[in-house]
Design a protein around this ligand. Structure first.
Ligand code: GLN
Length: 475
């Protein structure tokens, strides 16, 4: 069975007749079938996607196919796809079917991408390991005793284990980048508002972004080219047009290495060593590396959790046993319907966050927590923008260490700290990508994170490709 390293290679292979879309889909389905113990998909649309593949083969022969013909996608289970179930890996959405398709996904479908299934994630995208899914955790294909990261863990393993070519995830505070780092894939969190959120089940609306998990930076660019842009169904989606074809190489880039993170006491020694070699390689390649401070490292996690739980407490109020999915059998009036359905339908972590968010928004505590957190977010944003005015890129590890074992983070705060390095870009709303860095020998995958200024994704992706090539012989 052959798998391809880029969309370009897939399309060339289809053009020269060495593979058909149908054969590709069959190969992915076989991978899914033979690795079921990884618990990657909540649902596989096998018959549907096979039929679509046959039709697409005809369309391609007629020379009428779109830009993404041959791209087989997996979607995180918080992205709506009309006529298909969507559950955010929660019991509370049991049996619910999407009434419409998310704009970002629709744009990919319009260019002939095919969807193979929906992937497991932490419930309502709250988590960093998929252990908060109501349907059991996903396992990392590099080591099934370890987590794949989260919350988009199913999407990351789908790409890692060749169950599809590209997957969509969503990133609020690291949910694309951290699983990408743990699975040796590329994961891009786009600039906030660059991709429409219409049809993405909301967690924290001022943070959430849909983004691609891929095997290369070039594939992420192609997906973004199709997916981004204004949307009349999402008033917050930016009108900024970005030219992904004009991705010029940044020669002699100025790069800020974040001292506080690379020398963080919790940083894995191998990861630190890779960054020090990377520094040398970057300088040899004609770039400038300077070590900068990020004085907010210890504040970003609490800051993020005050703001996102506040938003979540509001966003998740719609799941009340009335309009969607699950209703408790103990319901006998309005109050019991709401209380029982929510108590039974939401998992522990989701309930914790709703309560925390309700607390920080409550009269008497609003100013002390929520309003103050908004001010801290502004400081982080201003500091990040200032750094990005002086440097082309900020670089830091994606995570403090490679994939951890199941059960290693029982304490919720320890789990929250897993995303410590992902928070800066999320709070500032700027794009960030996790690039796979080759580990030594059989060690677990590692990720380097690159941050750049708002709407500079083409430049970011071009540089990510350079870093990836450089990182292949760091050992
Ligand atoms: N792990 C973080 C959280 O639990 C990030 C999740 C995300 O980006 N959706 O909130």
């Amino acid at each position: 069975m052959q798998f391809y390293s880029s969309i370009q290679h897939i399309q060339e292979a289809i053009q020269n007749g060495s593979v058909s879309v149908e054969q590709l889909v069959k190969n992915y389905l076989q991978q899914i079938e033979s690795q079921q113990e990884l618990n990657v998909f909540l649902e596989v649309f096998a018959d549907e996607v096979l039929e679509q593949a046959q039709q697409l083969d005809q369309k391609m022969k007629a020379g009428k196919a779109g830009k993404l013909a041959g791209v087989v996608l997996a979607i995180k289970d918080n992205i709506c796809y009309k006529g298909h179930r969507v559950s955010a890996s929660s019991k509370i959405l049991g049996g619910f079917e999407s009434l419409y398709t998310a704009t970002a996904l629709q744009r990919l479908l319009d260019e002939d991408a095919l969807v193979i299934g929906r992937t497991n994630c932490d419930e309502f995208a709250m988590g960093a390991s998929t252990e908060n899914s109501a349907f059991g955790p996903t396992k990392n294909a590099a080591d099934p005793n370890r987590v794949p990261g989260g919350s988009s863990g199913g999407s990351a393993v789908a790409v890692q284990a060749n169950m599809c070519h590209v997957a969509l995830g969503s990133d609020t505070g690291g949910s694309i980048r951290q699983p990408a780092a743990f699975t040796g894939t590329f994961g891009l969190r786009p600039t906030y508002a660059h991709v429409s959120r219409y049809g993405l089940i909301a967690y924290a609306s001022s943070f959430d972004q849909i983004g691609p998990i891929t095997k290369s930076a070039a594939d992420a660019a192609l997906i973004m080219e199709v997916m981004h842009g204004a949307d009349e169904l999402d008033a917050t989606a930016s009108r900024t047009q970005v030219d992904y074809k004009a991705a010029v190489e940044t020669k002699a880039a100025k790069i800020a290495f974040v001292k506080d993170c690379i020398f963080h006491e919790r940083l894995d020694p191998e990861l630190k060593a890779r960054f020090l070699v990377l520094e040398k390689k970057l300088i040899e390649a004609g770039h400038t590396v300077e070590w900068v401070d990020f004085p907010y490292t210890e504040y970003v996690v609490p800051n993020y959790y005050v703001l996102t739980t506040a938003e979540a407490s509001s966003n998740l109020s719609r799941f009340a046993g009335m309009l969607y999915g699950y209703r408790s059998e103990q319901s006998h009036d309005i109050e019991s319907t709401i209380v029982k359905s929510r108590s039974e339908g939401f998992g522990e972590e989701v309930q914790r966050r709703i309560m925390l968010g309700t607390f920080v928004l409550s009269a008497g505590y609003y100013d002390a927590y929520y309003a103050k957190a908004q001010k801290v977010r502004r400081l982080v944003k201003d500091y990040t923008y200032k750094t990005l005015a002086a440097y082309d890129f900020i670089m830091l590890p994606t995570t403090p260490h490679p994939a951890f074992e199941f059960g290693a983070n029982q304490d919720p705060i320890a789990m929250y700290l897993e995303d410590i390095f992902c928070m800066q870009a999320s709070l500032a709303g700027v794009p960030a990508i996790s690039v796979p860095i080759q580990p030594s020998g059989k060690n677990l995958p590692l990720g380097a994170q690159i941050i750049s200024s708002a709407f500079s994704e083409p430049k970011l992706l071009r540089f990510a490709d350079e870093i990836h090539k450089m990182s292949e012989n760091l050992v």
